[in-house]
Write a protein that binds this ligand. Structure first.
Ligand code: 8DG
Length: 311
């Protein structure tokens, strides 16, 4: 099954599945079956012409989601289409809409679509905060990243200075364009897990990031109301554990050689691709990578890359 996240001007095109079909009445990313002998890309281009009347110029892989419904198993191979000709319309009478990524959450999609909606909303680059001499310098570093277009940060200790969580949350919230950024707060920044929901409830773009150490051994579920959960993983077991605590995206490392993760098994893109294929979540490659590796990560099933330096 090929499906498309079609983007234009910051919006995404969605259609409603006709009532008589499997998952009828729910919203979908347009697409259809891959015919024997056809590539997924060709199938997608054909389906989008038949169903919506557009001509796909280029498409790039976004995420693959295998899913078992009680009555049917599907493998949704989702591609991003940013470059196309024509004006999409429901040529088969289906209801259609352009929506902002943040509005996708209020539409009802089939169950398999949850990670696809997340992948459609998450950017290709995840920046990891760096220690600084002071709160002011730390904030200036983040602000520079935001101004250069970074839209996802994992904020992690050590900070290089001491500050209370309340102070950090308030300071980050006051950055220019802070509301357009997803901020993932490392769990260890909060001494008291019980206080996290109340602190994070202040902004819908705040979430919690779990270190891999939180995923080995019996994992405690996070309290309700902590927002989007993400996690760092170095093994298949940790990826499974992250899913069990409802993580919605992962950082998987080390993909390439780097001093920071020297004690962990080096993955390379091939093992990265194998592990991501079974995961059903957006996964960022981390370790020894630079901005130029985004296309590699995408080609190997990843959402993109995570970086501590060079963002
Ligand atoms: N196109 C599309 N299909 C989706 C999405 N999410 C999701 O679970 N599906 C499922 C519903 C269907 O079981 C399958 C798509 O099948 P399809 O559109 O090619 O075929 P169909 O439902 O017309 O069914 P069929 O009788 O032809 O087999 O994937 C989505 O976002 N887009």
């Amino acid at each position: 099954m090929a499906a498309a996240v079609i983007r234009r001007g910051g919006q995404i095109f969605v259609a409603r599945r006709p009532a008589h079909l499997h998952m009828g009445g729910l919203w979908e990313f347009p697409g259809g079956k891959v015919e024997p002998g056809e590539s997924v890309q060709d199938a997608l281009a054909r389906e989008l012409t038949e169903e919506l009347g557009i001509q796909v110029h280029t498409s790039s892989p976004l995420i693959q989601v295998p899913y078992d419904y009680p009555d049917k198993s599907v493998l949704l191979d989702v591609w991003e289409v940013n470059d196309f000709g024509g004006e999409p319309a429901g040529l088969e009478g289906q209801e259609t809409r352009w929506v902002t990524p943040s509005a996708l959450g209020s539409l009802e999609f089939p169950a398999a679509n949850k990670p696809i909606v997340d992948a459609a909303c998450l950017p290709p680059v995840c920046a990891i905060s760096r220690p600084a001499e002071s709160l002011q310098a730390w904030l200036a570093d983040l602000q520079a990243g935001v101004m250069r277009g970074v839209r996802l940060f994992v904020l992690r200790p050590p900070l290089g200075f001491s500050a209370e969580p309340e102070q950090l949350l308030k300071a980050v919230g006051s950055l220019t364009h802070a509301r357009e950024v997803q901020w993932q707060w490392h769990r260890d920044l909060f001494a008291n897990a019980g206080a996290m929901p109340a602190l994070l409830a202040g902004a819908s773009n705040y979430g919690v990031h779990l270190p891999s150490t939180a995923l080995s051994g019996p994992c405690e579920a996070l309290p309700e109301g902590v927002g989007l959960i993400s996690a760092s993983c170095h093994s298949l077991a940790e990826m499974q554990a992250a899913k069990a605590v409802h993580a919605r995206f992962l950082l998987l490392s080390p993909v390439a050689e780097t001093k920071q993760y020297a004690s962990h098994q080096l993955l390379g893109w091939s093992a990265f691709a194998d592990w991501v294929a079974g995961c059903q979540l957006p996964v960022y490659g981390l370790g020894g990578l630079s901005l130029g590796d985004v296309a590699q990560a995408r080609a190997h099933g990843g959402q993109g890359i995570a970086l501590q330096r060079g963002w």
